[in-house]
Design a protein around this ligand. Structure first.
Ligand SMILES: C[S@@+](CC[C@H](N)C(=O)[O-])C[C@H]1O[C@@H](n2cnc3c(N)ncnc32)[C@H](O)[C@@H]1O
Length: 266
């Protein structure tokens, strides 16, 4: 399947140069700094040069509400009216009428479409620029709050049924992914589900810059992807209040879709 838009990893690049000078420091979501904000605002300015029409189209320009497919792999192909497939892996019953959150929501491209199916939608992101656009293009049941805005996010703690991510976990190394899980555990109700789109390369497809999860973030390759084995995922959730409900590999999407359940705190 052709990817709907040309997000990270899809860009061609020479193999990365190793070395500590390339290491980009990272911080947990609530401690997000100007460095992360500026880095992702700059990425969004680049994306918008190519995708401004898609990203700036308001939810009202998508008139359809087709039934959600029963299969999560079927959902990947769903189209609303015009435009590209929704490219989201999630179960129908985890979306319809649910309180849904998206980590790394960007310009609200998913929230503005899913808003018509869900009870409420909370999007959070590093990029202040993307969040401003998300608020303009989404229906009123969608809220967008910056990832470091603890006071703005606190009312949503323990209220979320389902966390989704699209083009998100593919860019998270082990350190960031762990911080993200700790952050998201604050929002999910016990029994709530988290859908993660880890990168899993298809050897038949040309690869851009792909690291193992223990690799640091790269200055030179901000859009690099991190490949997660099933064992990497198990290592990631060890000691955290999650269990793996299931995983599904999509060679076409080059993903290890993993469904986690939020456990009760011990
Ligand atoms: C490739 S974009 C995907 C946007 C959106 N999910 C979509 O499908 O349209 C990745 C987004 O994740 C955000 N992001 C990356 N790492 C993040 C983190 N640790 N916390 C919050 N946002 C993050 C970036 O700012 C960017 O907007």
């Amino acid at each position: 399947m052709k990817l709907p838009f040309s997000f990270p990893g899809a860009r061609r690049a020479a193999p990365p140069s190793a070395g500590p000078a390339d290491e980009l420091p990272a911080s947990p979501p609530f401690e997000c700094t100007e460095r992360e904000i500026e880095r992702w605002n700059a990425e969004w300015i680049e994306y918008l040069k190519r995708e401004w029409e898609l990203q700036l189209t308001p939810h009202t320009d998508y008139p359809d509400k087709p039934p959600l497919p029963d299969s999560p792999l079927g959902l990947l192909q769903l189209r609303l009216g015009h435009g590209w497939p929704i490219a989201l892996y999630a179960d129908r019953d985890a979306l319809e009428g649910r309180r849904v959150m998206e980590m790394g929501c960007g310009c609200g491209n998913l929230g503005k479409l899913l808003g018509r199916y869900v009870e409420s939608y909370l999007g959070t992101d590093y990029s202040t620029l993307a969040l401003k656009i998300a608020r303009l293009v989404s229906p009123p049941n969608c809220a967008y709050v910056h990832v470091a805005d603890r006071a703005g996010l606190a009312p949503f703690f323990h209220t979320i049924d389902t966390v989704v991510g699209r083009y998100f976990w593919i860019h998270q190394n082990f350190q960031l992914a762990g911080w993200n899980l700790d952050f998201l555990a604050l929002f999910l109700k016990p029994g709530g589900r988290l859908y993660a789109d880890f990168y899993w390369p298809n050897p038949a497809m040309e690869q851009a810059v792909v690291f193992t999860p223990d690799h640091a973030l790269s200055r030179a390759y901000p859009s690099a992807t991190f490949r997660y084995t099933a064992e990497d995922v198990r290592r990631l959730i060890a000691g955290r209040p999650f269990r793996v409900l299931r995983e599904e590999i999509s060679p076409e999407m080059q993903r290890r879709y993993t469904v986690l359940e939020r456990l009760t705190d011990r």
